[in-house]
Design a protein around this ligand. Structure first.
Ligand code: ADP
Ligand code: MG
Length: 338
């Protein structure tokens, strides 16, 4: 979208903004994969490269104001782990920029540190540096994560081929349902409440599975902004279309219980609810048998939900032909599903 100097940036879409302002190439010989994937790939020593990613969590945008700082901190690590899982990389080092409101209590700050260190030790990451700044705004944590990946083995968004199957790990929609429950607590007892809220507050990306997948998948992405949006990124990067079977999308029993109790359309949550931090990936038919073994070895549920096709490049569409849209964009007019 063309913009005037005085126009607010909240209209343009996040990716347009990144491309217009930050995507001015600066070729350098140690760069293997630059802007546009879940992490950048940088040349390392021997047969290993580095994957580098950064994500920021802001109270009031990525979590409700007054959120539990321990869970907030855990999640700031988990969202970065998810990007490394999507590259098939092994997390090693972290740098943390902490933006702390000076009126934040000592107790909340300690809870923040507890959550951070729990996540770092869970995923075997060493915090090696960072920056701490007071802020007049809300609490924010910006975490940079570096991980190792075997040269030439990083999982990119760009390798999907016509004929590949599209799979997703775990189940989708729980996190968005958990957020809806936190924002508007149910008046009646709901058995699924804890599970859905937990999936929103403390995601656990399938890291070991992502690392092993680098031998098998032709393309991968983490489902952070909603399935359709994220598969759209594989479709665009690979120059292919993705034909989805929405009814095949795996839903948890907890989501089913909430849907039954609240009457919401569950498929909307599964297609465009964000922050599932599962992996969506493409596998050639010859790789399916090995994928079944990997599922078993890593105890990771994987469900086929569609096929990669030559036609309609860049689009995600339902089997009967309808184009699917969805997902969250920080810089689109409604700030939500588009
Ligand atoms: P993800 O959801 O996987 O974290 P994003 O959608 O946030 O990825 O970003 C898309 C791509 O744009 C990524 O490759 C990311 O590194 C890059 N990117 C995002 N913001 C900036 C920025 N301000 N400067 C340079 N690159 C950016
Ligand atoms: Mg990502």
């Amino acid at each position: 979208m063309a913009m005037g100097d005085q126009d607010p940036i909240g209209q343009v879409g996040e990716w347009s903004l990144i491309q217009a302002l930050f995507s001015r190439g600066c070729p350098i010989d140690t760069l293997r994969v630059g802007i546009g994937d879940d992490a950048a790939i940088l040349a390392g020593e021997g047969d290993k490269d580095w994957a580098a990613t950064v994500d920021t969590l802001t109270e009031g945008i990525h979590a409700l104001p007054g959120c539990d700082p321990e869970a907030f901190a855990w999640k700031s690590v988990a969202v970065n782990i998810s990007d490394l899982a999507a590259m098939g990389a092994e997390p090693r080092h972290a740098l943390l920029a902490a933006f702390l409101p000076p009126d934040m209590s000592r107790g909340r700050t300690e809870a923040l540190a507890t959550g951070l260190h729990a996540a770092f030790s869970h995923w075997g990451v060493a915090l090696v540096g960072g920056d701490t700044s007071a802020t007049p705004g809300p609490l924010a944590l910006s975490l940079t994560l570096l991980g190792r990946v075997e040269r030439g083995k990083a999982l990119l968004r760009s390798g999907a081929q016509p004929g590949d199957w599209i799979y997703v790990t775990g189940t989708l929609g729980d996190s968005a349902a958990g957020l809806a429950l936190l924002a508007d607590p149910p008046t009646e007892w709901l058995g699924a409440y804890d599970q859905l809220v937990e999936r929103h507050r403390q995601p656990r990306p399938p890291l070991a599975f992502g690392q092993a997948l680098s031998e098998l998948a032709s393309a991968a992405i983490d489902v952070s902004d909603g399935l359709v949006t994220d598969l759209g990124r594989i479709a665009t990067a690979s120059g292919v279309g993705i034909k989805l079977e929405p009814r095949a999308i795996p839903l948890s029993a907890a989501l089913g219980e909430w849907g039954w109790a609240s009457g919401v359309e569950l498929l909307d949550y599964a297609l465009s609810g964000g922050e599932d931090f599962e992996l969506a990936f493409a596998v050639a038919p010859e790789g399916i048998e090995a994928l079944h073994r990997l599922q078993y070895q890593t105890d990771t549920r994987c469900t086929p939900i569609g096929r990669v096709v030559r036609e309609r490049a860049g689009e995600v569409f339902a089997a009967e032909g309808r184009r699917l849209r969805g997902g969250y964009d920080h810089f689109s007019p409604s700030r939500e599903r588009s």
